[in-house]
Write a protein of this length. Structure first.
Length: 110
């Protein structure tokens, strides 16, 4: 969030925090959610770089377009297994998947 917007919200009485604070998540729960969101974002990025539609990716992983949309949106009903298998189907290496979910990457993004 831009600093000007943050200051404006705080001046109006809004409290700025994280989803972890708001939901009372444990560090493990927070880390799990962050990993899923990183995988979801990376899946969309990989798909777009290969100029594939959601329908084409769905055929590749034997799923449906609506499921791919849920995967890319970080829907909680999507398993991490499906996210990882889909990234591998798009050609991501195991090393790339590890890099996507590595704590070093997540901590630099916050």
């Amino acid at each position: 969030m831009r600093e000007a917007k943050r200051k404006r919200l705080v001046s109006k009485g809004w409290k700025i925090g994280s989803a972890k604070d708001f939901l009372g998540l444990s560090p493990e729960e927070s880390a799990f959610i962050e990993m899923k969101l990183e995988l979801a974002e990376s899946l969309r990025t990989h798909r777009e770089r290969q100029n594939l539609t959601q329908v084409e990716l769905a055929k590749l992983v034997k799923s449906s377009q609506s499921r791919v949309a849920k995967m890319e949106a970080g829907d909680p009903t999507v398993s991490m297994d499906l996210l990882v298998r889909s990234l591998l189907a798009l050609g991501a290496s195991k090393r790339k998947v590890v890099k996507i979910i590595s704590p070093a990457k997540r901590s630099s993004a916050t």
